[in-house]
Design a protein around this ligand. Structure first.
Ligand SMILES: Nc1ncnc2c1ncn2[C@@H]1O[C@H](COP(=O)(O)OP(=O)(O)OP(=O)(O)O)[C@@H](O)[C@H]1O
Length: 116
C-alpha cells in the first residue's frame, strides 16, 4: 500500500543525492548556509531575511533542476550532440543567471549593514 509520506521520502532522497553527487550543489549549499547564518546574525529586518531565504532556496532548486536536466540528457544520449550541448548549456546558464542575481540581492541587503 502506498503511504502518504512516500513522495516526501523520494524528494528527500533526491536532495541527498544531488548534494552528494554534484560538486556545484555542494558549493551552492555551503554558500547558502553561510548567507543564512550571516542573515540571522546581522540585525536585518524580517523582510530582508525572508528575501535571502527565498534567494537561497531558488538557487538550490535551480541547481537541482539543472542536475535533473543533465541526467535526462545523459539518459537520452551518451554521444556528442549539438542539442544535448544546447540543453545542458542553457540549463547551466539559467543557474548562472540566478546565482548572479542572488549575489546582487545579497550585496544590496548586506552592504548597508557592513558599512555602518
Ligand atoms: N552529450 C553531449 N553532447 C554535447 N555536449 C555535451 C554533452 N554532454 C555534455 N556536454 C557539454 O559538456 C558540458 C558539461 O556537461 P556535464 O554533463 O559534464 O555536466 P557538468 O560538468 O556537471 O556541468 P555543469 O557545470 O553545468 O553542472 C555541458 O555544459 C555541455 O557543454
Amino acid at each position: 500500500m502506498k503511504t502518504w509520506w512516500l513522495p516526501f521520502v523520494h524528494a528527500m532522497n533526491g536532495i541527498r543525492q544531488a548534494v552528494k553527487e554534484e560538486r556545484h550543489m555542494k558549493v551552492h549549499f555551503l554558500i547558502g548556509l553561510i548567507v543564512l547564518l550571516v542573515a540571522f546574525y546581522l540585525p536585518l529586518t524580517s523582510t530582508e531575511r525572508a528575501i535571502l531565504c527565498l534567494t537561497v532556496g531558488v538557487v538550490l532548486s535551480a541547481e537541482m533542476f539543472n542536475t535533473a536536466f543533465e541526467r535526462t540528457v545523459d539518459l537520452v544520449t551518451q554521444e556528442w550532440h549539438p542539442l544535448a550541448k544546447a540543453a545542458k548549456d542553457i540549463a547551466s546558464g539559467a543557474v548562472l543567471v540566478l546565482a548572479l542575481t542572488s549575489i546582487a540581492i545579497a550585496l544590496c541587503i548586506f552592504v548597508p549593514y557592513l558599512v555602518q
